[in-house]
Ligand binder design. Structure first.
Ligand code: NZQ
Ligand code: ZN
Length: 386
């Protein structure tokens, strides 16, 4: 095992009714002015917004609404939220939504307290914000596990970059299965696949030999695969849904990453694809994963072969290590097809006129990936996804 420090400050409340049971007590320690941030309106239509606002008002809070946070949140929207938070003297921000709202609020929280532009501060000066408006998350779309960490993926449309910024950790996160039951089924599956992707991207980092983090990870991956299948069969299966929600959190709460340098090359390509196409994150990953793995598995056949056995349940009998490794990659590709995720960009409305050259040239190359890709190879991978 590598040397590590594990730090996890998010108090997580899990289960049906978790907001009603816990939010009133939690609110007592924060100030009067609360921002309630949300996305395009799904939480209003589902009645979740009213439920949370009523709890806030019953606790005597003055509520400032901040809506319209879009999927793949933009830097401009974050700046708008930070200006409002400053103007209204906000003392607690509640993010009510999925990864997009949750990510945006991490940076609103930091930018509102910072007297310079946070993009410049982090990217040009190498700064890390230390002063934050406290934040709490009420998760209504699961998969990213974004409420568990302090990284936010923000799209800077001026720079054509979808890139990480570091903001606040959530003081608390509320994961209520009931709040996710109105998610469109496509989002449920793409969100759950995102969780599986986080697990794979962690597993395939270094060290690549057997270790405790990876053995826990194998169990999480098998659980996600099983429960996606249950959810495809019965979209209203609340037990399967609750398992997937916790698996999403497990993939991002740091436990699987202990002692590891993660891979996340697929994510880096997908994020830039998102910067240029505004595509759905989990769907982009679904198309990219098997194409990318076909390009890289030969650099680490032992690890891919091991994953084929422990995650996909394939037998090694009669196969060389390389045959087993590629069989695992093909099992992943079959699974993606089976659960109805797109297997080609064309199914996502991404055409040949997309600037794949610019996407490839602006993709971050990661240290943990078993193969150090070149921009040309990423360009090839993107074209193979068409
Ligand atoms: O905007 P509204 O109207 O709320 O609709 C949303 C949105 O259209 C809808 N939705 C949310 N809760 C719902 C619901 N619809 C019905 N009922 C509900 N209860 O779901 C749609 C997608 O929401 P979004 O938050 O965009 O999805 P997701 O949770 O997949 O988040 C994606 C964002 O997270 C980033 C992605 O890059 C992307 O920007 N990620 C963040 C990570 C992190 N911070 O750790 C890790 C991930 O790898 C990922 O990169
Ligand atoms: Zn992801």
């Amino acid at each position: 095992m590598n040397t590590f420090t594990y730090f996890y400050p998010v108090k997580t409340f899990f289960g049906e009714g978790a907001a009603r049971s816990n939010l009133p007590d939690l609110l007592a320690k924060y100030g009067q002015n609360v921002m309630l941030a949300y996305g395009g309106g799904s939480v209003k239509r589902a009645g979740i917004f009213d439920e949370i606002k009523t709890i806030l008002e019953a606790a005597g809070k003055t509520v400032t609404e901040f809506g319209g946070i879009m999927p793949n949140p933009t830097y401009a929207k974050v700046q708008e939220g930070a200006a409002l938070a400053r103007e209204k003297n906000i003392e607690l921000i509640i993010a009510l939504g999925g990864g997009s709202v949750i990510d945006a609020c991490k940076i609103i929280s930091a930018q509102a307290k910072l007297h310079e532009d946070i993009w410049k501060f982090e990217y040009d000066s190498g700064g890390q914000p230390t002063d934050f408006i406290p934040i709490g998350a009420v998760v209504t779309a699961f998969g990213t596990g974004a409420e568990q960490n302090n990284g936010a993926v923000i799209t800077n449309t001026d720079k054509m970059l979808k890139a990480p910024l570091w903001g606040a950790f959530y003081d608390f996160a509320i994961l209520d299965t009931g709040y996710t039951m109105t998610m469109p089924q496509k989002q449920v599956i793409s969100g759950a696949f995102d969780s599986l992707s986080h697990c794979m991207e962690t597993y395939l980092g270094t060290p690549r030999s057997e270790n405790l983090s990876d053995e826990i990870n194998e169990a999480v991956m098998r659980n996600i695969i099983k429960n996606i299948r249950r959810t495809v069969t019965d979209p209203q299966d609340r037990f399967a849904r609750s398992e997937l929600i916790w698996a999403a959190a497990m993939a991002e709460n740091g436990i699987l990453k202990i002692g590891k340098v993660t891979d996340f090359q697929c994510h880096m390509i997908e994020h830039q694809l998102g910067a240029y196409t505004d595509c759905n994150h989990g769907q982009g990953l679904a198309v990219l994963h098997s194409v990318l793995y076909r390009h890289i598995y030969k650099e680490d056949t032992a690890r891919f072969a091991h994953m084929a056995q422990t995650v996909w349940g394939l037998s090694a009998e009669g196969k060389t290590e390389e045959e087993l490794a590629i069989a695992g990659v093909e099992a992943l590709a079959e699974f993606i097809k089976e659960i109805g995720l797109p297997t080609k960009f064309s199914e996502m409305g991404i055409g040949a006129d997309t600037d794949f050259r610019a996407i490839a040239d602006s993709t971050v190359i990661t240290k943990g990936c078993c193969k150090r890709l070149t921009a040309d190879e990423i360009f090839e991978i993107l074209q193979e996804c068409l």
